[in-house]
Design a protein. Structure first.
Length: 287
């Protein structure tokens, strides 16, 4: 079942709020935003998310609320607070104004957590990330189901177009023969009956060989079947393989279009290429 690269998940655990957002990206790009005093957890958090993501740009945003549990662990950096107070007080006297403890409290580094408790925070934070990842993964899976339904419908349209190409190709030699005879009649008039039939059939056979699309139709059918097999597979990270198969399908359609000698077949090829492009747009969202 394919899984989308787009999704959102969140969780709250022990005073921490974790949000995970995913968008389309050619490669895997994971970025973690975390409070400065918890920067030692940035790499473990990224590694944890990386286990659940194969492709896409993922942003992890971890913020901390002041819950009762977190309040007990807060520590004031008194030395830094005094330095701030002296400098800001000097600025207030120089330029006018008042300084309150709230002004100092808002400055970076004043409130932190005691070193003794830093390591204790990873287990609950890890559980919060895992919970957010579960929500994130489910959102991507749900979007993946919608993508699969749309792609499967378009694949069925491609199968029908392949069948119509087969039918159109069967009459291509007769159409070319009639076209050649009609052209000769225009050019030679009454003398057209004197044209060497053997030579005429040789020209028709030569043109038929150049325009033969049997091999292309066989390969096209094989690629469509392979594509359906990949999208029905249990592996959720199939975006790259689907994109490759679309390139192969498009290559065969281009060859068929270049060999086509009849308008009917050319129109079917154009419609098929338009359908492939719509499928490609959807595949760009698959992980």
């Amino acid at each position: 079942m394919p899984r989308s690269m787009t999704g959102f998940g969140q969780a709250d655990r022990d005073g921490y709020h974790i949000e995970i957002k995913g968008v389309n990206h050619r490669y895997r790009d994971i970025r973690v935003r975390i409070p400065k005093d918890l920067s030692s957890f940035e790499i473990p958090a990224r590694d944890l998310v990386q286990e659940h993501v194969a492709r896409g740009k993922v942003e992890v945003n971890i913020t901390r609320g002041v819950s009762a549990g977190v309040q007990e662990r807060l520590a004031v950096n008194w030395e830094l607070a005094r330095l701030y107070s002296e400098d800001i007080g000097r600025m207030a006297r120089e330029f006018g104004g008042e300084v309150t403890f709230r002004d100092i409290l808002m400055l970076p580094g004043i409130l932190g957590e005691s070193a003794r408790n830093i390591e204790e925070q990873w287990p609950p934070l890890r559980e919060g990330i895992i919970e957010a990842l579960a929500s994130f993964t489910e959102a991507k899976a749900e979007e993946g189901r919608r993508l699969k339904a749309d792609i499967s419908e378009r694949l069925e349209a491609l199968v029908r177009m392949h069948e119509n190409m087969n039918l159109a190709a069967q009459g291509m030699v007769d159409i070319f023969r009639e076209r050649l005879r009609s052209r000769l009649q225009e050019l030679l008039g009454d003398k057209a009956d004197k044209v060497d039939e053997t030579r005429l059939e040789q020209e028709i056979a030569l043109m038929a060989d150049r325009s033969d699309i049997t091999e292309e139709l066989v390969r096209l059918h094989s690629h469509i079947t392979s594509f359906k097999g990949i999208i029905d597979a249990p592996d959720p990270s199939i975006g790259r393989r689907l994109d490759f198969m679309l390139q192969e399908i498009n290559r065969e359609l281009n060859t068929i279009g270049s060999k086509s000698q009849i308008i009917t077949l050319s129109h079917i090829v154009i419609e098929a290429k338009a359908e492939v492009e719509k499928i490609r747009e959807q595949v760009q969202n698959i992980e």
